[in-house]
Design a protein around this ligand. Structure first.
Ligand code: 6LW
Length: 513
């Protein structure tokens, strides 16, 4: 039986949501404080996904400045109805709570509208279009009576499609099957006249689980599906390659199958670095409701292909080397909290990437001179050919392995007497530790980072090959660094106003065996 490899989207792509129009599938994931925000991807077979664009590609749409990397745009839902695409999302603002935004587009590649702010409490908003064309908004919020109901409540209100405002009464729908375990990620589906409310419980970590409730009317009353949890790996041991499975969204294929996209992680020895990834899981509808992974009951690294897709379906591979030849950065690159064009630009002249050094630190809450792409393979090598002439140790430009507060820089800089050096520094919650340094004979070097199961090793090539040091893999893990995102590989420059420019001739990302 032809198979595909999970995850279908590797690297930090949490909280997937999916919809289909004809033969085309569209998927969005969370982007937090990375910019542009809310990637939209397209597929014909559910396995190979191509970037289409972003919902948030203008800073005027959503304010991201000032937010932590793991705040920002959480858990968007994408739906299509009557020729219009809808995306709802919560903007998490730390202690200031969250704001719910609704965007529309006639083409999912964009442009997406300026958002409408919905008067909605909580996170994980979703939309459901009923057979009569009415639209129902759901989300999760703190329960009013947590000691009775558990901490989370799934609630609903109608969305008026003319005014794009919530209208009518608020319906409290459900407090989860596990109560006390924070029910979230609601999506509603209708099958054979029954409304199925599918959510996630247990938190997005080891206890994550898919649970469900059902009702005969859209507004309820909903009763817990007694089979809950319907999908989880919480009971599986350390040998299980995929953990933290949950937060599903379901889609029907033209061939008449149903598949779920789920988030999950691939930990090693209890820690994961690549972030929450997208896994594809077969679903079978029965009289009781959806059965996830009916043959095995679990999410697998190798799964049978969806019916009707070619045996050769594979995710597209982008060229390893980026020489930044275009007028804009490729779709895999992100900055933090806003556009970075005034600091990082491609071409013209000698081509490549020009980075104007900025005083903004990588762990601040503004937009540093920094662009990054997701690490998608545990075993990989990233290389960049960088030219930079520093005149002081406060000026640095180079490569960064970035998991926010935990990151490592491999940078061209100068020592106190102005001699060019490449320096490897580990940064842990604001405190830097210098792990290695080498004087270099040229202001143009190749910076190299290798990653594997044990950790990251950093090298520099300036005619000779020098290994500057290694950092154990758990240092960059979510378990140690916290937050909701996975490791990104970045190019950056930090320095005062007169620190000048660095030039990146090319950047290369290649999975290794
Ligand atoms: C998201 C919530 C969650 O909104 O993590 O998986 C939050 N659980 O559903 C951020 O990704």
């Amino acid at each position: 039986m032809p198979t595909f490899s999970n995850p279908v989207l590797a690297g930090s792509h949490p909280d997937p949501s999916i919809c289909r129009v004809g033969e085309d599938f569209y998927l969005v994931t969370s982007s937090f404080a990375y910019y542009p925000g809310i990637p939209v991807l397209h597929s014909r077979d559910l396995v190979g996904w191509q970037p289409l664009g972003h919902v948030v590609d203008r800073p005027s749409q959503v304010p991201l400045t000032g937010l932590d990397v793991s705040d920002g745009l959480w858990a968007a839902t994408i739906r299509h109805h009557g020729g219009t695409f809808y995306v709802v999302v919560a903007l998490a603002r730390g202690r200031q709570g969250s704001t719910t935004y609704l965007f529309t587009a006639s083409d999912p590649a964009g442009p997406w509208s300026d958002p409408v702010v919905l008067e909605a409490e909580g996170i994980d908003p979703s939309l459901f279009f009923d057979d009569d064309g009415r639209c129902w908004f759901t989300a999760c919020r703190d329960a009013a009576e947590p000691e009775v109901t558990g901490p989370g409540e799934l609630w609903m209100r109608e969305l008026d499609l003319e005014s794009l405002a919530l209208t009518g009464p608020t319906h409290a729908l459900w407090y989860g099957a596990m109560r006390g375990a924070w029910v979230e990620a609601p999506h509603l589906y209708k099958r054979d006249g029954v409304y199925h409310l599918i959510g996630a419980e247990g938190g997005t970590e080891r206890h994550h689980a898919v649970t469900a409730a059902r009702a005969d009317a859209v507004t309820g009353p909903y009763s817990t599906d007694p089979r809950s949890p319907l999908l989880t790996h919480r009971h599986r041991g350390a040998a299980e390659p995929i953990h933290n499975v949950g937060h599903v969204d379901l889609v029907d294929t033209p061939a008449g199958e149903t598949w779920a996209v789920a988030l999950g992680v691939r930990p090693l020895d209890g820690t994961h670095t690549l972030g929450r990834e997208v896994f594809l899981v077969p679903v079978e509808w029965t009289a009781d409701g959806p059965v996830f992974a009916p043959d095995t009951g679990r999410v697998r690294l190798s799964e049978r292909l969806p019916a009707g897709t070619g045996a050769g379906a594979v995710a597209p591979v982008r060229p390893a080397r980026d020489d930044f030849g275009g007028t804009a950065l490729g779709p895999e690159w992100s900055s933090l909290r806003g556009p970075v064009g005034h600091l990082v630009s491609t071409g013209p002249g000698e081509g490549g990437l020009t980075i104007r050094l900025s005083p903004e630190p990588l762990t601040g809450t503004g937009t540093p001179a920094f662009v990054a792409r997701r690490q998608q393979h545990l075993r990989m090598r990233a290389r960049a050919r960088v030219r930079f002439t520093a005149t002081a140790p406060t000026q640095e430009a180079g490569l960064v392995v970035f998991q926010h507060a935990h990151h490592a820089t491999l940078a061209l800089t100068a020592d106190a007497s102005g001699v060019p050096h490449v320096v490897l520094t580990a940064h842990e919650a604001g405190s830097p530790t210098r792990l290695g340094a080498v004087a270099v004979t040229s202001d143009e070097v190749v910076l190299v980072v290798d990653s594997d199961e044990s950790g990251y090793t950093f090298h520099v090539e300036d005619g000779t090959w020098t290994t500057l040091g290694s950092i154990e893999r758990p240092f960059f893990s979510t378990e140690r660094a916290g937050g909701f995102v996975g490791v990104h590989l970045g190019l950056y420059g930090i320095g005062g106003a007169d620190a000048g420019e660095a030039h990146v001739h090319w950047f290369e990302y290649a999975p290794a065996r």
